[in-house]
Ligand binder design. Structure first.
Ligand code: NAP
Ligand code: HSE
Length: 430
């Protein structure tokens, strides 16, 4: 017999996403009940401040100052964790909910990237489900796509732009011809940045998301520490303009691939063709590209953050639970997830190199020699816009391995003709 009693939610966290969830539960009560086959209700909520004006009336719900107490309430069936943070109250709340035999829905990628394996195991042992659609790519149902719609495929690659803030900064730099610092400030004023902005611009938030998708796609234990991460802080307006002149745009791109050597996971700025779907991605939008052996390529695109889109994903998980659909956190039993060997990205690619060369005789020859010694062949070179005593120089290389570029960068630092640290960006023909 399907369950018809109301599904009672306990919402821990009433910020951007929590308020969005409350709004959907209220606005679409009849729709949700019809789709779930039972009413979906909010039993109780928790946040730091009870008195804060959130633009919604929370007086009708039970209140807990302590989210762990919320997780233990008898009148709560599903704990919806929307506080954030990889440890602290979020982890304690999810653990308490699982111990109390409750199902859990969270949007917290940091928590799952660091503790997803142990939490998934604990949930399974307790007979609970732990779902996290909203944690990856906001409103895009990519977790569902991988665990359900594409379950019949061997996934060969997951790739995408998964941090809206970085994409906003990069696309606004090109549109406004302003530098990174000005656009970082703009994103900050608009409230786009995480409480710790380094999570966004350092590529860490997107790295969390990639690690979660890789676990589902390849049936592997979440291994965030193995993600090779580079942020966007070193990208300058001139890199964006040089890329545009060559028909490329710069994106913070995540790629996860299972190879014969192990699991590659990298999140780094890349030049992608400007006319490709990834190249055309504007503002805070996310895109995930999935390759499966039977389906071919799937492209999912949509809002990667914000109240409505993220709450939409949370409610999708809630409805699944209300319907009695119980899927393992990462699509297979946590005990069956394998520990993949981390592998460095080895597929050769052309690289964009930008450096400040001391403007004196022989400088270019020294740098060219270093590239040659590393086995890196130069495809194109551009030098313009001198401002003594240095000259900005751009090289585009033929395809080579990242390890060769790294060796060349070390060599360049020892030539005495390169000022500061060169920038190396992979060119990805997506
Ligand atoms: P937020 O606006 O900062 O809200 C956090 C909420 O948690 C606040 O209501 C805060 O209470 C509450 N809180 C914090 N510590 C608490 C504690 N110790 N006890 C009780 N309540 C506590 O965060 P958000 O943007 O909604 O994000 C929530 C989660 O969703 C995070 O994991 C985030 O990474 C994830 N996420 C967010 C987005 C997005 O677009 N915002 C997108 C995808 C995923 P007060 O309001 O009283 O301070
Ligand atoms: N800071 C994240 C982003 C929020 O910019 O994409 C959504 O996870």
């Amino acid at each position: 017999m399907p369950e018809t009693a109301p599904l009672r939610l306990g919402i821990a966290g009433l910020g951007t996403v929590g308020v969005g969830v409350v709004r959907i539960v209220r606005k679409h009560a009849a729709l949700l009940a019809a789709r779930a086959g039972r009413p979906v209700e909010i039993a109780a909520v928790s946040a730091r401040s009870r008195d804060k004006d959130r633009g919604i009336d929370i007086g009708r719900y039970g209140w807990e100052d302590d989210p762990v107490a919320l997780a233990r309430r008898e009148d709560v069936d599903v704990v919806v964790e929307l506080m954030g943070g990889s440890d602290g109250p979020a982890k304690a709340t999810v653990e308490a909910a699982i111990r109390a035999g409750k199902d859990v829905v969270t949007a917290n990628k940091a928590l799952l990237a660091h503790h997803g394996q142990e939490l998934a195991r604990a949930a399974e042992a307790a007979g609970s489900v732990l779902r996290f659609e909203a944690a990856v790519a906001g409103g895009i149902p990519v977790v569902k796509a991988l665990t359900e719609g594409l379950a019949g495929n061997e996934i060969t690659r997951v790739m995408g732009v998964m941090n809206g803030t970085c994409n906003y900064i990069l696309t606004r730099m090109e549109a406004t011809r302003q530098g990174y610092d000005a656009l970082f400030d703009e994103a900050h004023k608009l409230g786009y940045l995480e409480a710790d902005p380094q999570l966004d611009v350092g590529g860490i938030d997107a790295g969390h998301k990639l690690a979660l998708l890789a676990a589902i796609a390849f049936g592997t234990q979440v291994n965030f520490e193995a993600v090779e991460i580079e942020g966007i802080e070193q990208i300058e307006l001139r890199d964006i303009e040089e890329a545009a002149a060559m028909g490329y745009r710069i994106k913070l791109l995540g790629v996860a691939r299972m190879t014969g050597r192990g699991l590659e996971q990298r999140m780094s700025p890349c030049l992608v063709p400007a006319n490709s779907p990834l190249g055309q991605l504007e503002g805070g939008t996310n895109m995930v590209v999935i390759d499966g052996d039977s389906v071919g390529q799937i492209v999912l695109r949509g809002a990667g953050a914000g109240e409505g889109p993220t709450a939409s994903a949370v409610i999708g998980d809630v409805i699944d639970i209300a319907r009695g659909f119980r899927v393992s956190t990462f699509g297979v039993s946590a005990g069956d997830l394998v520990a993949a060997t981390p592998a460095r990205a080895a597929v050769p690619a052309p690289y964009y190199l930008r450096m400040e060369l001391i403007d004196k005789p022989g400088a270019m020859a020294k740098v060219a020699a270093v590239l040659g010694e590393a086995g890196v062949s130069i495809d194109r070179m551009r030098q313009h816009g001198h401002s003594a005593p240095t000259a900005p120089v751009i090289f585009v290389t033929h395809k080579c391995a990242r390890a060769q570029i790294d060796a060349a960068l070390v060599g360049m630092s020892q030539t005495g003709v390169v000022a500061g640290a060169p920038v190396a960006i992979r060119i990805e023909e997506v």
